[in-house]
Design a protein around this ligand. Structure first.
Ligand code: GLU
Length: 509
């Protein structure tokens, strides 16, 4: 069997969108499943669109997600260099081969000339295509003598190299997800293979590299489907066997039509990038899944399910389980709608599967920041471990710990006025003063005994439980939130419980 070699080939034109991470993920899963290689290639032939920091961002994002390349730019390998801007000489050789064989030609048309043509066509309601129907009337080597062409080249007249596509052929191609795809070559234009700056276009470099890097399967976004026919023709022109192709469905907006965009994220308050990204030109910052507190395993699980399903009810997977279960035949043809709530659900599922120690490792930094000092000592760590037991079920992100447990660390500074109005009655102060006595005598200070004593007192006084327990909760947390009241009292300790009740009575009476 042929070696399984796939590549992720991003262009470093900005941060990696989660759609790009999903493409990388599917490539990775297939490589691992087939004991093959996952390669990172940087496609930076478009120098004008290069963004500083983008390559580093891509690598960091892949590594954070656990989708680590086996080979490629920054990872070594036998087929380098893996960055296209370092391969210019290689492409030149292959372009020359097509020129020599009459499969490509020099085009001297200036941008202004082409622009004028485009406008003329537009004015007639047509679209200009540089193709078989017009190329023999344009300024290119097909219409010049060999001598004229050579003279222009020697004189350094700016030019591009175009691929000569013969019309009238029905190409029948195969996509692993979409099945048979037919395209008539008459609908294709003579794409530029080499730009006037001497650098190859995406199409030429991509084909040459996939060939030289022995890529067996090209798995990429649906936006490249229109280029498939051209790519097939290029393979044919070189006399090469094409790799297998699979075009992944788009990731769609949460609502409405079209592709999930940066703007959707801004409007909906969710990240569309794996890591935070700061635009080096404008300084604008975009949030990332990592910085939002997502676990990489949750992020990857969520992405895997965007456009793929295992064929049964399972939804929660680790990366290893995904490798095991993944199969291109279960990738959908139609777009996958992104659902920010579902992303949170995956996070919750994975977060809840962490051990206490794993959770604590993520919680300590949050706590340290909130408290303003590093959580270090054994006593504070032991205490936090106990607090965690009381709130852990409610946590989705590490930061939620503070939302649910802040009152274990700081006494309430204010009391929710709405709750107070509803639950703090005329005789509440009296009741709490008496409860203080009961608590004073409670030994040992444990949830069980506290509960017994308070309950006995309430029954004896023929009061309702709500009348006593709700104000107690307000006194301890400032609101009606919090886990089991008696567990909370045990953890806070006798002194602190007292202090808080006294303070509430003082403030609220
Ligand atoms: N450089 C292309 C991109 O940025 C790669 C497309 C492909 O995988 O062939 O999406």
């Amino acid at each position: 069997m042929q070696d399984f070699r796939v590549r992720f080939a991003p262009s470093p034109t900005g941060p990696l969108h989660i759609g790009g991470v999903r493409t990388a993920l599917y490539n990775y899963l297939l490589a691992k499943k087939n004991k093959g290689k996952f390669i990172l290639r940087i496609e930076d032939t478009d120098q004008k669109r290069f963004v500083p920091g983008a390559i580093e961002y891509i690598k960091e994002a892949l590594e954070w997600a656990g989708i680590v390349p086996d080979e490629g730019y920054g990872y070594g390998g036998e087929y380098g260099p893996y960055r296209q801007s370092e391969r210019t000489e290689i492409y030149r050789k292959y372009v020359n081969r097509l020129l020599d064989e009459g499969k490509a030609y020099y085009a001297f048309d200036t941008p202004e000339e082409l622009d004028r043509l485009r406008k003329e066509y537009e004015a007639r309601g047509e679209t200009f295509m540089y193709d078989h129907s017009v190329r023999d009337k344009l300024n290119n080597s097909l219409n010049l003598s060999e001598k004229e062409t050579q003279e222009r080249l020697r004189a350094g007249v700016p030019h591009t190299v175009r691929f000569k596509i013969e019309p009238g052929r029905e190409l029948v191609m195969h996509d692993l997800i979409r099945g048979e795809i037919k395209v008539n070559t008459s609908t294709l234009d003579d794409k530029v293979l080499m730009k006037s700056d001497g650098l190859p276009t995406y199409h030429l470099a991509n084909i040459v590299d996939d060939r030289l890097m022995k890529i067996s399967h090209v798995i990429r976004g649906e936006e490249w489907l229109p280029s498939l026919a051209l790519h097939h023709l290029l393979y044919e022109a070189f006399g090469w066997e094409p790799p297998k192709f699979a075009h992944l469905p788009l990731i769609l907006k949460p609502k409405g039509k079209g592709k999930l965009s940066k703007r959707d994220g801004e409007l909906g308050g969710f990240p569309v990038f794996p890591l935070e990204w700061k635009n080096p030109d404008t300084g604008e910052t975009y949030s990332g899944y990592r910085e939002e507190g997502y676990l990489p395993q949750a992020f990857v699980n969520m992405l895997a399910m965007l456009g793929w399903n295992p064929g049964d009810e399972r939804e929660i997977f680790t990366l290893e389980e995904l490798i095991e279960a993944f199969d291109l035949s279960r990738v959908n043809k139609s777009g996958a709608r992104f659902d920010p709530e579902k992303a949170k659900w995956f996070q919750q599922q994975h977060f809840q599967r962490l051990t206490d120690d794993e959770m604590l490792d993520m919680i300590y930094p949050v706590l340290s920041e909130k408290l303003g000092f590093r959580v270090e000592g054994k006593a504070l760590k032991d205490y936090t471990e106990k607090v965690l037991q009381l709130v852990r079920e409610r946590l989705v992100f590490p930061r939620d710990f503070w939302t649910w447990a802040s009152y274990f660390y700081v006494a309430p500074r204010e009391y929710n006025p709405k709750t107070v109005k509803k639950r703090w009655k005329e005789n509440t102060g009296e009741i709490l003063k008496e409860i203080t006595e009961v608590l004073q005598q409670t030994e040992p200070w444990e949830a069980r005994t506290i509960k017994e004593n308070i309950s006995a007192w309430i029954t004896q006084k023929e009061l309702s439980f709500g009348k006593v327990l709700q104000p107690l909760r307000i006194a301890l947390t400032g609101d009606l939130k919090g886990p089991d009241l008696f567990e909370m009292m045990e953890l806070l300790g006798k002194d602190e419980t007292h202090k808080r009740i006294q303070k509430a009575v003082e403030v609220l009476e």
